[in-house]
Design a protein around this ligand. Structure first.
Ligand code: TYC
Length: 102
């Protein structure tokens, strides 16, 4: 392209370059008080997991201290964390949900 001024030109890229979005892991942390059934419900409700998958993830967190709920773009991950934290607080459970860059 020519910018109209003399002796200069700006080359613009016309080819489409699709960038991969940064991804974030959403994690649940273990604690001694949140009922197992509540954690399973959270995984079903906010992460669309089957009863079987939800139970597997919950038991993984219970035994290992931390476990993955899913991998999302920044805004979706942030929304999931907020939803889980609000829901846990509402039911007065100390459940912690965090996100980390992949
Ligand atoms: N450790 C809890 C219990 O024994 C269960 C639990 C699992 C809590 C996973 C939090 O993210 C969690 N009731």
């Amino acid at each position: 392209d020519d910018d109209g001024r003399q002796g200069t030109a700006i080359i613009t890229r016309t080819k489409t370059r699709t960038k991969r979005p940064n991804l974030y892991r959403v994690l649940l942390l273990n604690d001694d008080y949140t009922p197992m059934e509540f954690v399973i419900h959270v995984l079903e409700r906010f992460f669309n997991k089957s009863r079987e998958d939800a139970t597997r993830v919950m038991l993984h967190v219970h035994h290992n201290g931390v476990g993955e709920c899913g991998i999302f773009t920044y805004e979706i991950a942030e929304t999931k964390v907020t939803q889980v934290m609000d829901f846990a607080r509402k039911h007065q459970h100390p459940l912690q949900c965090v996100m980390e860059k992949k």
